[in-house]
Design a protein around this ligand. Structure first.
Ligand SMILES: O=C(CO)COP(=O)(O)O
Length: 249
C-alpha cells in the first residue's frame, strides 16, 4: 500500500521562531510510523529546520531548484547542493512558479530531471485554472502537464516522482475542491499512468493541494486515490498542520 505523505509548503513565509515551534510540536506529537511528513520552509530556514527536526521523523524539502548543476546563476540553488545539505524532497512546477516566474512545461521538466539526477524526490505540481475548469478542460491540462514532465523519463526515475494535484483556483483562496472533484482528477491521473505502467500507477503517490485545512483534510484524504496533501497556509499553523497529519492515519 502507499504510505500517506503530508507536506507543508511554507512558500515565502515563516521565521526561526516558527521552525522552533514546529520542532517542539513534532517532538511531542507521536506521529504514526505509517505516515511521512515533509516540511518545506524557505532556503534560509532549512538549516534551523534540520536542527529542530533532527530527532523526529519529519523530512526536509525545498520549494524549487535550478536545473543546472553549478555555475554563474546568481541567486539560485542546485539540486546537488540541496541533496548535500540533507534535503529529500523538492517541489517542481508549482503554479506560483509557473505563473509568477514564467516557468514553462519545458522548465518544469528540466527541474524535474535535475532533481532526479541529484538523488532528490521531486513533487511535481500540476493543476488547472478556473477558466480551464469552467471550459471543461481540467483533465486535458493536468494530463498534459504530467505527460510533458514524465514521458521522457526512465521507469526508475518515474518511480521516484510524487504528483501533487493543486487546482489553481483552490490555492490560497479558501475554496477547496470537493473530495469528489479532487478524487475524479486523481483517478484520471492514475488511469493515465496505468496506460504506461500499471504497477507504477498503483504505487505512485498522489497528493491534493489547495486550501487543505484541519477541517476538510480527513474527508479529502479518505478518497481512494488521494494519498496525502500539499498544504500551504495551514502548514504555518502548528496545531492545524498536526491535525492534518493525524487525519492521514
Ligand atoms: O499551494 C499550495 C501548496 O503548495 C496550497 O496552498 P494553500 O493551502 O494555502 O491553498
Amino acid at each position: 500500500m502507499r504510505t500517506p505523505l503530508i507536506a507543508g509548503n511554507w512558500k515565502m513565509n515563516g521565521s526561526h521562531a516558527l521552525v522552533e515551534a514546529f520542532g517542539r510540536a513534532f517532538a511531542d506529537a507521536a506521529l504514526p510510523d505509517s505516515l511521512e511528513v515533509v516540511m518545506l520552509p524557505p532556503f534560509p530556514y532549512l538549516e534551523a529546520a534540520r536542527g529542530a527536526l533532527a530527532n523526529v521523523s519529519v523530512r526536509l524539502g525545498a520549494q524549487t531548484l535550478n536545473p543546472s548543476h553549478a555555475g554563474a546563476h546568481t541567486g539560485e540553488v542546485s539540486g546537488g547542493m540541496l541533496k548535500e545539505f540533507g534535503v529529500d524532497y523538492v517541489l517542481v512546477g508549482h503554479s506560483e512558479r509557473r505563473e509568477l516566474y514564467r516557468e514553462t512545461d519545458d522548465d518544469v521538466y528540466d527541474r524535474l530531471l535535475a532533481a532526479l539526477n541529484a538523488g532528490l524526490h521531486p513533487i511535481l505540481c500540476v493543476g488547472e485554472t478556473l477558466e480551464a475548469r469552467d471550459a471543461g478542460h481540467t483533465n486535458d491540462v493536468v494530463l498534459r502537464q504530467i505527460g510533458h514532465a514524465l514521458a521522457p523519463l526512465e521507469p526508475e526515475q518515474r518511480a521516484r516522482v510524487t504528483i501533487a494535484y493543486e487546482p489553481v483556483w483552490a490555492i490560497g483562496t479558501g475554496r477547496t475542491a470537493t473530495p469528489e472533484q479532487a478524487q475524479e482528477v486523481m483517478a484520471a491521473i492514475r488511469e493515465y499512468q496505468a496506460g504506461f505502467d500499471p504497477g507504477l500507477a498503483q504505487a505512485m503517490r498522489l497528493l491534493y493541494g489547495g486550501s487543505m485545512n484541519a477541517a476538510n483534510a480527513a474527508e479529502l484524504l479518505a478518497q481512494p486515490d488521494i494519498d496525502g496533501g500539499l498544504v500551504g497556509g495551514a502548514s504555518l499553523k502548528v496545531d492545524d498542520f498536526l491535525a492534518i497529519c493525524h487525519s492521514a492515519r
